[in-house]
Design a binder for this molecule. Structure first.
Ligand code: SF4
Ligand code: SF4
Length: 375
């Protein structure tokens, strides 16, 4: 095992291979407060990449309802139970990662889902965290909660899928950090299916190989965001690239949200993979639940997000989500206008932070009608 630095857990850790950060790391921010679980992202991915034989059960993108939803079944609970919760001391994780808690002879602490664990992709949909008293469902606010968690492969800095593969069939691209399975090398041992704690590698019984989210790399190479991003109805997603915290740049939207404003957090950082999809946590969920899922930065992230209406830069950048299909690797606010630009600094989109409101008279003289939704 080599020693590598994982900034998300604030310390060095053991990993099967020596550290080898790519020139650029693909990353994304998802705003959980805006997801409506319409599953358009799921279908956009399904129809693009996994409509073939042997791929029927694969959801490279899935959306589950927390706290009870999970695909495959109990993907996170199983590992959390084994890691015994984990301990944080401030921003440093003092428990063991899945690489450090692996049994002798194993590269990663892991478990393999059974076939039936993939049977119910939307199990627990809209189930809330506890019982709602009789009649209280009509009365707001009631004291229970749920939220939607959209998930893709995290294109981790220290991928457990890659570490687990005995054939060396999984690789991380130097140019963008996207993690791929070399289909010509894979022999279907499924160690990656077992090793990925997020369960984002799937075995294809028709080809006998493992497959996973490819971050729509043919689109990324052309400066376009992936399918599940551009089709997102709730406009919850922004794709881009992330630097390490010491090299964070304010003009980079992902760096700004993750490193500078710290409102977007990794999913289960205690697993130790340095995952690169970052979540703005849901503001209505009890912080203890969120802390075990997104780490110790939850309270500050929620406070910053709640204050975003008084924070023009943050509000401006949040309004760029879903505003263009192009990758926006730079951003800038000038007055009431926010602009997203590409690597060369060419503007991709400019949007007003406030849109004008027009109130029409109830009676429309042109069409000689009265609109029924007017007072
Ligand atoms: S398309 Fe967007 S809003 Fe709809 S489920 Fe997916 S992430 Fe959520
Ligand atoms: S989320 Fe899983 S499949 Fe994706 S890179 Fe990380 S370990 Fe590999």
């Amino acid at each position: 095992m080599a020693r590598v630095y994982n900034w998300q857990i604030g310390r060095e850790m053991s990993y099967w291979y020596p550290g080898n950060r790519p020139q650029r790391q693909f990353a994304a921010v998802f705003d959980t407060n805006k997801c409506i679980a319409c599953q358009t992202c799921t279908l956009a991915c399904k129809t693009t990449w996994t409509s073939g034989k042997g791929q029927e059960y694969m959801l490279w993108n899935n959306v589950e309802t927390k706290p009870y939803g999970s695909y495959p079944l109990a993907w996170d609970l199983n590992l959390l139970k084994d890691l015994n919760g984990g301990k944080w001391n401030g921003k440093t994780y003092e428990g063991q990662t899945i690489f450090e808690s692996a049994a002798a002879g194993e590269r990663v602490q892991s478990w393999r889902p059974k076939t039936e664990d993939y049977s119910y992709p939307n199990v627990g949909e809209d189930d809330c965290a506890g019982a709602v008293d009789y009649g209280m469902s009509m009365d707001l606010p009631h004291m229970n909660w749920f939220y939607y968690l959209a998930r893709i492969c995290n294109h981790c800095t220290y991928p457990a899928c890659l570490a687990s593969c005995p054939r060396g069939s999984i690789y991380k691209r130097q140019e963008d950090g996207i993690v791929l399975v070399d289909q010509s090398r894979c022999r279907g041992y499924q160690e990656c299916v077992k090793g990925c704690p997020y369960k984002k590698v799937y075995f294809n019984p028709m080809t006998g190989t493992s497959e996973k989210c490819i971050a729509c790399f043919p689109k990324i190479e052309q400066g376009i965001q992936p399918q599940c991003f551009v089709n997102c109805i709730g406009k919850i997603r922004m794709a881009g690239f992330i630097n390490t915290p010491d090299k964070a740049q304010a003009e980079n939207p992902i760096d700004y949200l993750v490193h500078l404003r710290k409102i977007a957090l990794p999913l289960y950082p205690q697993f130790g993979l340095e995952p690169n999809v970052y979540y703005i946590p849901p503001v209505h969920v009890p912080p203890p639940f969120l802390r075990q899922m997104f780490g110790p930065g939850v309270d500050a992230a929620i406070a910053a997000y709640r204050n975003s209406a008084n924070d023009p830069d943050l509000a401006g950048l949040l309004s760029l989500f879903g505003s263009s299909e192009m990758l926006m690797t730079k951003w800038k606010r000038q007055g009431e206008t926010v602009t997203g630009s590409n690597d060369k600094g060419q503007p991709m989109v400019s949007i007003p932070m406030k849109e004008p409101v027009f109130i029409r008279p109830a009676y429309d003289k042109l069409y000689q009608i009265t609109r029924t939704n007017c007072p």
